[in-house]
Design a protein around this ligand. Structure first.
Ligand code: NAD
Length: 254
């Protein structure tokens, strides 16, 4: 018989407490309990009618920016209005208590930062700012949203008045940003990585866990790294991290 949930939680706590440089790698699955659907779980509404890999790619933005925003804006707005759930909040508390050095996230929802985490590598960007595809100047994402909602679509840069604005997120076909290389460098020090809510199918991020000595996977469906992990918990992230907090509390660590 396999190891029970409580036993796995205790092992997760021990691995975390005994690590020198514990970190987390998060994906869309950590934010589903905040109401943001992931890409791969079946039956969730947001992405069912469109193929984000096609419709929200850089080439789609270049080809027809107005359509990109027609499709993208309702999704971006939903993502921006979401609030952190217990998994985000416990991770922020773990960092504040010195039990977590940082978080590498594939999410663009900014929920780790909203939850209070400090050392966050947003390797696919975020929806706080946008930038001009012509002159490169940055603006707030609110400015972009206001423009499109007032009927200015495609939204144009207020500095050069000519370039179309784009969200500062990594679209399909985009190169990886600086944050990705910074995360990869920091992960060299990491000896224990908790992967939370990621199918680990999106590259190059999916290469990152390969070099870390000890892994724990908290994901409701299997991942290609499960056989390498010391602990695999197939439960919802919100429950796992609320329960982990309780284990740490009982040990007198928080
Ligand atoms: P993914 O959709 O490929 O995988 C998510 C995984 O999370 C799945 O394996 C699923 O079984 C699991 N999962 C779903 N709900 C869970 C829960 N409550 N607890 C634990 N596990 C849960 O996501 P990915 O690996 O992050 O890759 C998708 C890409 O899409 C990423 O690049 C990401 O940036 C982007 N994306 C981001 C958001 C966001 O910002 N919230 C949302 C959708 C997609």
């Amino acid at each position: 018989m396999g190891e029970g949930y409580q036993e796995k939680l205790r092992r997760l706590a021990e691995l975390l407490l005994s690590a020198n440089y514990p970190m987390a790698l998060t994906g869309a699955g950590i934010s589903t309990e905040s109401g943001i659907p992931d890409f791969r779980s079946p039956g969730t509404g947001l992405w069912e009618k469109i193929d984000p890999f096609k419709e929200l790619s850089r080439s789609a933005l270049m080809r027809n920016p107005a359509r990109f925003y027609e499709i993208g804006l309702p999704r971006f707005r939903q993502i921006r209005s979401a609030e952190p759930n217990p998994a985000h909040l416990v991770l922020a508390e773990l960092e504040a208590h010195g039990y977590l050095k940082g978080i590498v996230t594939q999410n663009i929802d900014g929920l780790h930062i909203k939850a209070g985490s400090k050392n966050v590598f947003e390797v696919h960007g975020h929806l706080r700012t946008c930038s001009c595809m012509r002159c490169g100047k940055e603006d707030s994402f609110d400015f972009l949203v206001d423009l499109v909602e007032s009927g200015v679509n495609p939204p144009l840069c207020r500095f050069c008045q000519e370039g179309v604005l784009r969200p500062n997120v990594v679209l399909f076909h985009d190169p990886m940003p600086r944050a990705f290389y910074d995360a990869a460098e920091t992960l060299q020090y990491c000896d224990f990585l908790m992967v939370i809510g990621s199918s680990l199918q999106v590259y190059p991020v999916a290469y990152l866990p390969a070099r870390v000595e000890k892994l724990a996977i908290i994901n409701i469906s299997p991942t290609p790294y499960d056989s390498k992990a010391l602990v695999v918990i197939r439960e919802k992230a919100g429950k796992v991290f609320s329960d982990l907090w309780e284990v740490l509390r009982q040990k007198g660590k928080v």
